[in-house]
Design a protein. Structure first.
Lengths: 252, 438
């Protein structure tokens, strides 16, 4: 858990730092106000007049770097071997923006790829006592989702909260080992649902946000927490449950 | 032309002539040796010879040879170490033509000293000389100086070494490049440290001979093994049996360690007083319950091994022979400072449930430490998540119509690419819609 929080916090600070740097860069390029030269340049030279409206690059993709715990395994034998293990679950999610109502909402279609691994002590087949070797399960979840993001609050009212939901399908490839032996591998599939609450970072530093857009093409940045639920089909290994992730998002 | 002008003309002409003539031709070794032919010269002549050596192989000279501090190329022909005997695997050294000119970097370990010989290659020997003699100095060095009588005096205290095998190795017989095998027993007997062997090319072997050509081989004798590993421990397992130990402080990242495993075949255990041993092995009469089927008072497991004995110095050649015969397993790990590994019980053989194990650490020269404590490795049947899942009546089956039990599917790529394909489709659709809009 703590290990997971660190990179998220670091990423958040990194984003803030990028914004601040970009803002400073923009400020450094501005003509000092209040001087005769400034006025003359602004009034006489049309190329140096400030833009009459904000210019943004087009928004095409949303990219999220995500991390969290994943403790879904209910009962035996999950508890026997992996009870004290909660992942971690690391993933990347990318959405293409199908439709954008400026300053109101997005409709997206995208997917994610993740990784999680659980290990525990194998048991003596006769006595049931833990032995030296490990048994492990590695899960590689892949999702395809459609999403809706409502960002009118930060854009219209400067309230820095964004809400999002996604619905889709997950294919989770799992493989299990005991010692040096590969026991089995397969797929768990089923629908996946998620709800996200994001904190819009642009609201706190608009100059930096604009500079990020101009220099990197990043329209918006946000940090988020998300609750999601994977519901495997009945024939799948039960990897489902309700879990959370947090991370850093970028709109390009 | 004035007198002054004539003088200038003369000096210019002289300069042009000198330039046309080119630099003075350096004297080759052969030139010098030829010039010395027939002069059974003294130490003064030796220095002349070594100067000649410098023309072909760099800085040289007996005058630079000073009591174990030889730097750079020494002598008038080169000496390379080809083989130092002993257990090659133990050595972990490549002696292929290691030149003597790089200082005392060539280690000669205990196995080599026990074997007692080294094979060297001499290159660039002048055929004007007839005899070759290897010498070793325990005194001030410089065995290339003086005649045979002064060479063995207390100041130089040189000892002539013998050739291993055929004495004809000492006959140069017109060869400029050849190999000889030398007994290094006296060198090793002098103890660990930096050593210099002088290979002297001589015109005669009488008492008044003096050296006219020589080569030097420098190496370090190191016969002391490193500190052994301690606190070796093991946990039961089947295919991934963990072993842990404490490596000594002098274990090197550049050396290796051996995990030596002696599988105990069924019926070989001498576990007097332990479980299920009635009527087997050597326990009859040794414990109070001999004759019974179980003796629950003692559940310890013992793995006696005639080869692996704690704190004993391993005979690495014997261990390797036993490994070749399939009676031992040696797992070589690197770096030698590592402190854990795993063993696969399947390597021990069918129906083998016990094995003795120890750790041997090697130093840079290839000397082994004594054996660590010997532990008993237990091979037990284990169950993991999947076994338990099935035993609990789990209904999921491996695969997804695209995999088989016990193996990774290897077809992950297609489904993993599915979201990417969806995104690609969306992008194409958007591009088309934009074109239509234009």
């Amino acid at each position: 858990m703590n290990v997971l929080r660190l990179p998220l916090v670091a990423l958040s600070f990194l984003t803030f730092a990028l914004q601040l740097l970009a803002a400073a860069h923009v400020c450094a390029q501005e003509v000092p106000p209040g001087t005769a030269n400034t006025q003359a340049l602004s009034e006489l030279d049309p190329h140096r007049r400030p833009p009459s409206r904000r210019i943004e690059s087009p928004e095409r993709v949303i990219l999220e770097l995500r991390g969290g715990t994943y403790r879904v395994f209910p009962g035996e034998p999950y508890d026997t071997y992996f009870k004290s293990d909660s992942g971690p679950h690391l993933s990347v999610h990318a959405d293409g923006i199908l439709y954008r109502e400026p300053n109101w909402f997005y409709v997206t279609l995208g997917g994610s790829f993740g990784w999680m691994r659980y290990t525990g002590k194998a048991q003596d087949a006769e006595t049931g006592a833990p032995v030296g070797e490990e048994t492990a399960m590695t899960v590689l979840p892949v999702t395809a989702t459609a999403g809706f993001r409502f960002d009118a609050l930060p854009r219209q009212l400067s309230i820095p909260f964004i809400f999002g939901v996604r619905v889709g399908w997950e294919w989770a490839h799992w493989s299990t080992t005991t010692g040096a032996i590969d026991d089995a591998s397969g797929w768990s599939t089923g629908p996946v649902l998620s709800a996200q609450l994001a904190l819009d970072l642009d609201t706190f530093e608009r100059g930096g946000a604009r500079a990020l857009d101009e220099e990197w093409g990043i329209n918006h940045t946000y940090i988020f927490g998300e609750i999601y639920k994977f519901i495997p089909t009945s024939k799948s290994l039960d990897l489902g449950g309700t879990n959370w992730v947090a991370g850093l998002g970028f709109v390009f | 032309m004035t007198c002054d002008g004539a003088a200038r003309f003369a000096s210019w002409s002289l300069a042009v002539l000198m330039l046309c003539a080119g630099p003075a031709k350096a004297q080759t070794e052969d030139d010098i040796d030829t010039s010395l032919s027939g002069t059974d010269s003294t130490t003064t002549d030796t220095s002349s010879t070594t100067t000649a050596g410098s023309s072909s192989s760099g800085t040289a000279g007996s005058t630079s040879v000073a009591n174990g501090t030889v730097d750079g190329t020494t002598g008038t022909f080169t000496v390379k170490l080809l083989y130092a005997g002993g257990d090659a695997d133990n050595h972990e050294q490549d002696y292929s033509e290691q030149a003597s000119t790089t200082g005392y970097v060539i280690p000669i370990n205990k196995a080599s000293c026990d074997q007692g010989t080294i094979e060297v290659q001499l290159n660039g020997v002048n055929t004007a000389y007839l005899y070759l003699e290897p010498w070793y100095s325990t005194g001030s060095g410089q065995c290339n100086q003086g005649d045979r009588n002064t060479r063995v005096t207390s100041s130089q205290n040189c000892t002539k070494l013998s050739f291993a095998g055929d004495d004809s190795q000492g006959q140069i017989s017109g060869r400029t490049r050849f190999n000889v095998v030398v007994n290094i027993g006296p060198v090793c007997a002098a103890g660990d440290g930096d050593k210099q062997l002088y290979f002297l090319a001589l015109r005669s072997q009488n008492s008044s001979e003096t050296t006219q050509s020589f080569g030097v081989l420098k190496f370090t004798v190191d016969t002391t093994g490193p500190t052994p590993a301690t606190n070796l421990s093991s946990e039961p397992g089947e295919t991934q049996i963990p072993l842990k130990w404490d490596a000594p402080a002098d274990a090197l990242t550049t050396s290796t360690a051996w995990i030596v495993v002696d599988p105990i075949l069924a019926g070989e255990d001498q576990d007097s007083g332990v479980e299920d041993d009635a009527a087997v092995a050597d326990d009859a009469g040794t414990d109070s319950d001999a004759g019974t089927t179980t003796d629950a008072t003692d559940t310890s497991v013992q793995c006696p091994s005639s080869v692996l004995i704690a704190n004993s110095t391993p005979d690495t050649s014997t261990l390797r022979d036993l490994e070749d015969q399939g009676e031992l397993i040696i797992k070589r790990i690197s770096p030698g400072s590592k402190e854990s590994t795993t063993l696969d019980g399947r390597d021990f053989g069918l129906n083998v449930n016990l094995a003795a194990a120890t750790v041997v650490i090697f130093d840079q020269a290839g000397n082994p430490s004594t054996m660590s404590n010997v532990v008993c490795v237990q091979v037990v049947d284990t169950t993991g998540f999947w076994d338990q899942y099935q035993a609990n009546g789990g209904t999921a089956e491996p695969g997804c119509a695209c995999s088989v039990p016990g193996a990774r599917t290897g077809r992950f790529g297609f489904l993993a690419a599915l979201p990417g394909l969806v995104l690609l489709g969306v992008c194409i659709a958007r591009v088309r819609s934009r074109r239509r809009a234009r």
